[in-house]
Design a protein around this ligand. Structure first.
Ligand code: HEC
Length: 266
């Protein structure tokens, strides 16, 4: 009799635990299933072609673009971004640097990128996510190591930290409101604690990612824009210094963690 009791008890306890964790488990399973055939790989291939094709008013490819490790070097470049670029005189993340190269090297008019063009699935500006996916994938399996030797990078990290904690907008939210505790969630979505290495790691080291819910590859720039929207702040401008500072701060927190890119997310 006692045996049956304890068996029953064990079963009901595990059922309870199952109810709590099942939603996340299911999402994890789904992710594992899709990881084998991530649609972002197609985007990555498109990006590679765009990187290598002569384009723009100057009709050159992006292979002359210096992502910090010398012109055309893509291997491992993403792992060290954001970084300071002397030619631009500022700290840039991957997408800011790509836009810079498109403008200065290829002679593009990059204005369409800034009016949400970079977030569209087609039309002017939409090529950027594909190029970013290609470049980031060349750091897949490597570890984040943001180079903090330049004072401008250290300043960006500091500014990013201040921005992370700065409250504002109609809800008086900061990034920390949603991302500085363990186990927070909105509806079914777990909110990563970005202040812990593993939270910062999945937060920044798993982009660009194919968003199943949106049917498109999204980048970290888009995630930042989306989170400012979550806070009901005005739209944050594409590749603005605010975003770069936040990304420098987060990437630096995630230093030493493995990059998994492209990834797949809800
Ligand atoms: C109102 C809550 C809220 C606020 C405030 C917020 N975010 Fe988020 N954040 C989210 C949600 C929701 C997600 C998506 C979680 C999901 O889909 O799994 C997310 C995801 C992220 C991710 C990606 C995490 C991952 O694992 O892919 C990063 C990075 C991030 N936020 C950074 C920020 C930064 C930086 C700020 C401040 C500018 C901020 N967030 C403010 C709700 C918020």
């Amino acid at each position: 009799m006692r045996l049956i009791w304890s068996a029953l008890l064990a079963a009901s306890v595990s059922q309870l635990a199952f109810a709590q964790s099942s939603a996340e488990d299911e999402i994890a399973k789904y992710r594992a299933m899709l990881q084998d055939g991530n649609p972002a790989e197609l985007t990555q291939m498109q990006g590679e072609e765009l990187w290598k094709t002569r384009r723009g008013t100057k009709n050159v490819s992006l292979e002359g673009c210096d992502l910090g490790k010398g012109p055309g070097v893509v291997q491992g470049a993403y792992a060290e971004l954001p970084r300071y670029f002397a030619d631009a005189g500022k700290v840039m993340d991957l997408e800011a640097r790509l836009v810079w190269c498109m403008e200065h090297l290829q002679g593009w008019d990059t204005k369409p990128y800034f009016n949400k063009g970079a977030f569209n699935s087609s039309g002017p500006g939409s090529d950027i996510a594909a190029i970013a996916t290609y470049v980031a994938a060349q750091s897949n399996g490597m570890k984040f190591k943001v180079d903090t030797s330049h004072p401008a990078t250290r300043q960006a990290i500091k500014t990013g930290e201040e921005l992370f904690w700065r409250r504002g907008g109609p809800f008086d939210f900061s990034c920390a409101t949603c991302h500085a505790d363990d186990g927070k969630r909105i509806r079914l979505q777990g909110l990563p604690n970005l202040l812990k290495a593993e939270g910062a790691a999945t937060g920044v080291a798993t982009w660009p990612a194919y968003r199943v819910s949106q049917g498109i590859v999204r980048t970290l720039q888009h995630r930042m824009w989306d989170c400012y929207w979550q806070m009901r702040h005005p739209d944050v401008e594409y590749t603005s210094d605010v975003v770069t500072a936040l990304l420098a701060y987060l990437a630096n927190l995630g230093n030493g963690t493995e990059i998994k890119s492209p990834y797949i997310k809800r």
